[in-house]
Design a protein around this ligand. Structure first.
Ligand code: ARG
Length: 463
């Protein structure tokens, strides 16, 4: 029997080779084996507790499944594509191994509730792993921020010089993004943590199963409430793909900045050779391929999100084979996001800012023009008027190829009587940064507080 497809009973013909090849999923869903076996063991224990199978059979099943897991883990297990998927491969191997007791495992269950359970268990573990990696990246950002607390860089809007900020403040902006990502994953995990087992094919089962026992033993909050929904719901995967797409979007923005900052035009940061690659034709090149690839890989994760939404759209209840298409996008997303987060953590840890160059750029532009306007406001001018005066001063300095603080007091006073000697300190880069001390601002005291609060939040596990 084990050599045959478990569902072959009503069929008179062998499955066409082309159909086998088209429908097979074991090449990719064998990745679920660990969780499939975990679920089966608990299912077998429940069947015995409820008197649906004997204790001896349950014992044989559990031992058989453990033996099969050891074979799979060590790579000795032979996956058979004619047995379609991970579930039927393991079940067939069990029957081959322990005989009739193995054939009792599939009582009161179907592959529909089985696969839904497997994927939830798998994804729950992967979410925990991903959250730990995100924490590692956040840790690297906080450490780098603290280490460089005195470094000032030009802040940008529209990619134009805007106002001086702390380099640490810029890094901490990413900390916040990844914090939200972790919260989103925790939220997704909370909602996926319900157990489909016992929903059987779609309608539930007449066997006296204990769904609460199974849910509890597998660490789920509770059994899924509706058997149809339990076998046809893939929201939890789509939610995860959405959260993953946002993580990739954040990583891609950080990558883009690193790529810009590594260019000779910016030259704000340096990365060690170990994290760069060269050109096969231009000997002078040191390329930021790693952030470029992270930026590029965001596209495939966005694509996976859209692909599963499209697969699920308009599917009638309950299970449809279309849903087998959920796995490759999910697995590829998990692999892509996990490696991208981890390697970005390494990159941040090895990032070397170049404070002299950042300072040079701060002094090049008119980054403290807002401070001039603010100064005039403090002396009584309305902000709009002050803005216009400061604009005229900038134009005047630009025409003469000079910087704001290189203008004499006498020249400055021609623009406004309100200007006094105390302005010169206000136009300094340090003065400008220090004054932006509103909550969440870039003043060193505020950024130090932000770092301290980040360390506290980092030690709290979001999941
Ligand atoms: N390989 C299938 C999937 O991933 C498992 C469920 C199959 N159920 C069925 N009735 N054909 O969706």
């Amino acid at each position: 029997m084990s050599k045959e497809k478990p569902w072959a009973g009503r069929f008179k013909e062998k499955t066409a080779r082309s159909v086998e090849e088209f429908t097979v999923s074991v090449e990719f869903d064998s990745r679920l084996a660990y969780w499939d076996i975990l679920g089966s063991k608990v299912h077998a224990r429940m069947l015995a507790r409820q008197g649906i199978i004997s204790e001896e059979d349950a014992q044989k099943i559990i031992e058989g499944l453990e033996k099969i897991w050891r074979e799979i883990e060590s790579g000795r297990f032979r996956w058979r594509s004619e047995l379609e998927d991970v579930h039927m491969n393991i079940e067939a191997a069990l029957i081959e191994l322990i005989g009739p007791a193995g054939a009792r495992l599939h009582t009161a269950r179907s592959r529909n509730d089985q696969v839904a359970t497997d994927v939830r268990l798998y994804l729950r573990d992967e979410i925990d792993d991903l959250c730990r990696r995100l924490q590692g990246l956040q840790q690297a950002l906080v450490d780098k921020a603290e280490e460089n607390i005195q470094v000032i860089m030009p802040g940008f809007t529209h990619l134009q010089h805007a106002q001086p900020i702390l380099f640490a403040h810029h890094l901490m902006a990413y900390f916040e993004m990844f914090q939200r990502d972790r919260e989103r994953l925790a939220d997704c995990r909370r909602r996926l943590n319900y157990c489909p087992l016992g929903s059987a094919a779609l309608a539930g089962t007449g066997f006296p199963v204990d769904r609460h026992f199974v849910a509890r033993e597998l660490g789920f909050t509770a059994p899924c409430a509706n058997s149809l929904d339990a076998v046809s719901d893939r929201d939890f995967i789509i939610e995860f793909l959405g959260a993953a797409a946002l993580i990739m979007m954040h990583l891609s923005r950080l990558s883009e900045e690193l790529i810009l900052w590594m260019s000779s035009e910016f030259a704000f940061v340096d990365l060690p050779d170990a994290y760069c690659t060269g050109s096969s034709i231009m000997p002078q090149k040191k390329n930021p391929d790693v952030p470029e690839l992270i930026r590029g890989k965001s596209g495939r994760v966005f694509g996976h999100l859209l692909s599963l939404l499209t697969t699920m759209k308009a599917l009638p209840l309950a299970y449809n084979r279309d849903m087998q298409e959920d796995k490759e996008p999910l697995f590829d997303t998990v692999d892509t996001v996990k490696t991208a987060v981890a390697i970005m953590g390494e990159i941040v840890a090895h990032l070397k800012p170049r404070p002299e160059r950042m300072r040079e750029v701060c002094e090049e532009g008119f980054l403290t023009a807002t401070d001039l306007a603010d100064y005039l406001v403090e002396k009584g001018l309305a902000f709009r008027e002050a803005h216009a005066v400061a604009g005229r001063v900038v134009a005047y300095a630009l025409e003469r190829g000079r910087r704001l603080w290189e203008l004499s007091l006498e020249e400055l006073r021609r623009f406004s009587e309100l200007i006094d000697e105390d302005l010169l300190e206000r136009l300094s880069i340090e003065g400008s940064v220090a004054r932006r001390n509103s909550f969440g601002g870039t003043a060193p005291e505020r950024v130090k507080e932000a770092i301290a609060s980040a360390r506290t939040r980092l030690s709290q596990d979001e999941t």
